[in-house]
Design a protein. Structure first.
Length: 221
């Protein structure tokens, strides 16, 4: 029997170490990480993956040195600018993260614009859904969801919390991938990953390839 399309989520760790091993600045590792994400998206659409969700920038990442933060923000602008490529692949882009108008949010306007444009310009695609987590934290998402559920009538249940997540239609994660040797979940998709298999690999994100993706998918059933 055909398997339903899977939801794969990736914590793309190890860009800095990938660069350091080559004597390059950390920013070069992030640049390669963004390029590898484009390769992984191309590999994912050829597999039974309906949703690919990636951790691009966490609520904690603002604490990194400013030049590094600026560089990673620029890479998001580049990623969300890949609209022609994504349309060719029939990929629909979504964003998950703290609402731009929330008290703690700090997303600069140019990133907001890039996100809005990519979401709008790929909205009619019917293939894989690529969700990019930017200024995302699982705890912040859950606090907001519980707070919203509290204002509904009736008891707070898993369903009512689920309905108030940032993206209520994002399905449960089947496989959570973390690259580069760390074995932590790091506040990513805490609610959605409740039943996920976890694929840890020593490979740093810039080297994560289609063979690794297949190894991760093998955990899914
Ligand atoms: C971890 O590498 C990576 C991040 C901080 C976030 C992921 C960012 C990218 C893959 C670059 C661009 C991606 C998008 C979505 C535009 P690290 O710096 O923690 O590496 P280290 O642990 O080796 O220092």
């Amino acid at each position: 029997m055909d398997q339903p399309p899977l939801h794969v989520a990736c914590i793309m760790d190890g860009n800095g170490r990938w660069a350091a091993r080559r004597g390059l600045p950390r920013t070069a590792g992030h640049t390669e990480g963004e390029e590898n994400l484009a390769r992984v998206v191309r590999a994912a659409v050829r597999r039974n993956i309906g949703w690919l969700t990636v951790f691009g920038f966490s609520t904690e990442n603002w604490r990194r040195p400013r030049p590094e933060v600026r560089h990673i923000l620029g890479l998001h602008e580049r990623l969300f600018g890949r609209v022609a490529e994504l349309n060719e692949l029939n990929v629909r882009v979504q964003w998950i993260g703290r609402p731009f108008d929330s008290r703690e949010a700090r997303t600069p306007r140019y990133v907001q614009r890039a996100i809005r444009k990519a979401v709008a310009d790929t909205a009619n695609n019917t293939g894989m859904v690529l969700t990019v987590a930017f200024d995302y934290g699982g705890r912040s998402e859950l606090v907001a969801a519980v707070e919203a559920a509290r204002h509904d009538d009736g008891a707070i249940t898993a369903d009512t919390i689920g309905q108030h997540l940032y993206l209520p239609d994002l399905p449960p994660v089947d496989v959570l991938v973390r690259t580069s040797g760390e074995r932590r979940v790091s506040n990513f998709l805490l609610w959605q990953s409740a039943g996920a298999a976890i694929y840890f690999t020593e490979t740093p994100w810039p080297d994560f390839d289609s063979d690794e993706l297949d190894a991760a998918l093998a955990l899914a059933h």
